[in-house]
Design a protein around this ligand. Sequence first.
Ligand code: SF4
Length: 382
Amino acid sequence: MKFSPNKPSIYGETLESLTEAALAAGYKAFRSKQVMEWLYKKRVDRWDAMTNLPKDFRAWLDANYIFYPTRPLIDKRSDDVTQKFLMELEDKSLIETVLIRAPQTGVGQEKSRKTVCVSIQVGCAYGCKFCASGLAGFRRNLMAAEVVSQLMHICRMEDAHTERAKDEIASFDNIVFMGMGEPLANYDTLVRTIQILNADWGLNFGARRITVSTSGLAPQIEKLAEEGVAVRLAISLHGATNEVRDQIMPVNKRYPLEQLLPAAKAFQQKHGRMLTLEFILIEEVNDSLEQARELVKIAKELHAHVNCIPYNKVEGLPWKRPSLRRQDAFVDVLKKAGISVTIRREKGHDINAACGQLRLKTEKAMAEAESRPGNPFLKSES
Ligand code: SF4
C-alpha cells in the first residue's frame, strides 16, 4: 500500500463534499452516492472494481484521492480478547487502534461483542498521569480520514472471517474514542468523523453505539451537547475531589470539578442517557473509602455509571495497583449506595494494551533499529 502526499483520502469526504467536488469537475451528483456505496457497503478499495462508474469518473477519482491514509504495521493479539494494531501514517507517525472482543453468551451460541477503540491525535497534550500516550507529548491532530480509515481496516479484516447480518454495515458493535489523544481537543475531526460513521450513506453506525471519552474539557462537552449527535459520553474522572483529581489529571487545574460537573450534567440532560465515569484505582492515591463516598455523590448527581479500572503499570511511573481487597472495598461503597458500577480488570497486559504503550515501545525500538541493517520495521513497507 502506497501513500500519496499530494492527495487526500476518500475516507475523509462526506457525501456533500464529494458531490460538490464531483459537480465542479463536471460529473453528475448521484455518482458520489455510488462511490459511498462501494466504500462502506461493498467495502471496495480499488477504483477499477467500482464497475457501475464510468471510466472517466474512475480516472478522476484516481487522480484526486487515495484510499487509506493509515497502514497497519504491527498486529498483536493477546491471549484473551484484545487485538492491537499499530498504524503508520503518511508522515511516519504511529497511532494505535484496538479491537476488543468481549465474549457473550447468546441463545445457544457464543457470540463476541466487538468494540473498536480509535485514536484521534498523535500523542496527547493532556498528560494524564496514568497514560503512556501523554508521555511523549502532543505531535498533531488526526484528520477525519485517518480516523475513519482505522475503522475500515478493522471492517475489512473482520469481513474476511465474519458473516455480517443483512442490515449490518459495520463489522463491530461499538466504537470508542478512547485511544490516543483527547477527542474534544480535535473537535472538528471528531464531529466530521461521527457524521461519516453515522450517515446512512456512510457506515450507518448508530450514535448510541459511539462513545466519546474525555479527560474533561468542560466547554467542549457543552458544545458537543448542542451538536445534535446523541453519542455516549465517558468522563475520565479518576478523582472525586479537586485535591485528588489534581494529582492525576492536570486538566483539572483548568477545568476543576465545579466547571466539569455542570457541563457533564448539561450533556446528560440534553440526551437523557446515562454517562460513564471512568475511575482508575491507584493505591493510596484515589482508592480510599472517602473518595468512594464522594464518587457516590457525583454519580448520583450526574445519573452516571461508574467504571472502575485497577491501575495498569506504566513504565516510568511510580504508582501501584491496589490489592483485590482494597478494590472490592471501594466498589462495595458504590454498590451499597445503589450506584451502577463495574470493575474492569484490564485485558491485554501482554500486548501492552494500556493506551499508548505499544506505540511508545515501538517508536523506541524503531529509533534504535534505524541505523541497523535488516531493520524489521522497514521490511513491511511496500
Ligand atoms: S488519557 Fe486520554 S487525554 Fe489523558 S493523556 Fe491519555 S490520551 Fe491524553
